[in-house]
Design a protein around this ligand. Structure first.
Ligand SMILES: N[C@@H](CCC(=O)N[C@@H](CS)C(=O)NCC(=O)O)C(=O)O
Length: 220
């Protein structure tokens, strides 16, 4: 049965961007469904979105088969699903168990170790407690990316693990973008910046940039 994809996402969401990159690497088309996570309290908090994803987060991938829809959330689970169910593009998880674990290690360093600390509800809580959300985000980005720069040395080639893009690179590109938004000087991570440039040199990746999405708004 043919599967078509509807990606519920937001232009500036780093977790959403990971999935857009995976779609591009795999050469797959999808329908872009915008969920504005900042306007009017966030569309992710509306009951209709909560029915698709009780976590109330983007991205959420809708798989449409024979007129029926199923929903997947968590960007890493989505990327792995696309990797396992489609043939085109590079394997985003290597077959070698050690390298596969290293890819997941780097990806989780971002997914579990950095990104949750810069999510909107966390920012709201930092502000409620009288903190500076940008300083907070900068600190955790710098700490996590420094670890990633060190960890990458063992496996880095053109990409973080070897010569083809993997799930680790899919997570890296949006994280560097976010880090810069929060005031990090990413030049202190030369390996990560080199890999980022290699990712943007891959056909189709440039079009996944936040500012090129249909719901992007101009920001300073
Ligand atoms: N681990 C999740 C993180 C998802 C996530 O934090 N999404 C953010 C945007 S990047 C979101 O929806 N934030 C809105 C909110 O939590 O209210 C994933 O990889 O999909």
């Amino acid at each position: 049965m043919t599967t078509t994809y509807r990606l519920h996402n937001y232009w500036r969401s780093s977790a959403s961007w990971r999935v857009r990159i995976a779609f591009a690497l795999k050469g797959l088309a999808y329908e872009y469904v915008s969920v504005n996570i900042v306007r009017d309290g966030g569309e992710q908090n509306r009951p209709e979105f909560g029915a698709l994803n009780p976590m109330r987060q983007v991205p959420t991938l809708e798989l449409v088969e024979g007129g029926e829809s199923r929903f997947l959330s968590q960007s890493l689970a989505i990327v792995e699903y696309l990797d396992e169910t489609t043939r085109g593009g590079p394997r985003l998880l290597p077959t070698d168990p050690y390298l596969r674990a290293r890819v997941r290690q780097l990806a989780e360093g971002i997914n579990a170790g950095i990104q949750p600390l810069q999510n909107l509800p966390v920012f709201a809580e930092v502000e409620r407690l009288g903190g500076d959300k940008l300083a907070w985000a900068k600190k955790w980005n710098e700490r996590g990316l420094a670890a990633l720069e060190a960890l990458a040395q063992e496996t880095v080639g053109t990409f973080l693990v070897g010569q083809t893009p993997t799930l680790a690179d899919v997570c890296l590109v949006p994280q560097l973008y976010a880090a810069r938004r929060f005031g990090c000087d990413t030049a202190q991570f030369p390996t990560l910046e080199r890999v980022e440039a290699a990712c943007f040199a891959v056909s189709g990746i440039d079009a996944t940039r936040p500012e090129k999405q249909p719901d992007a708004v101009a920001v300073a």
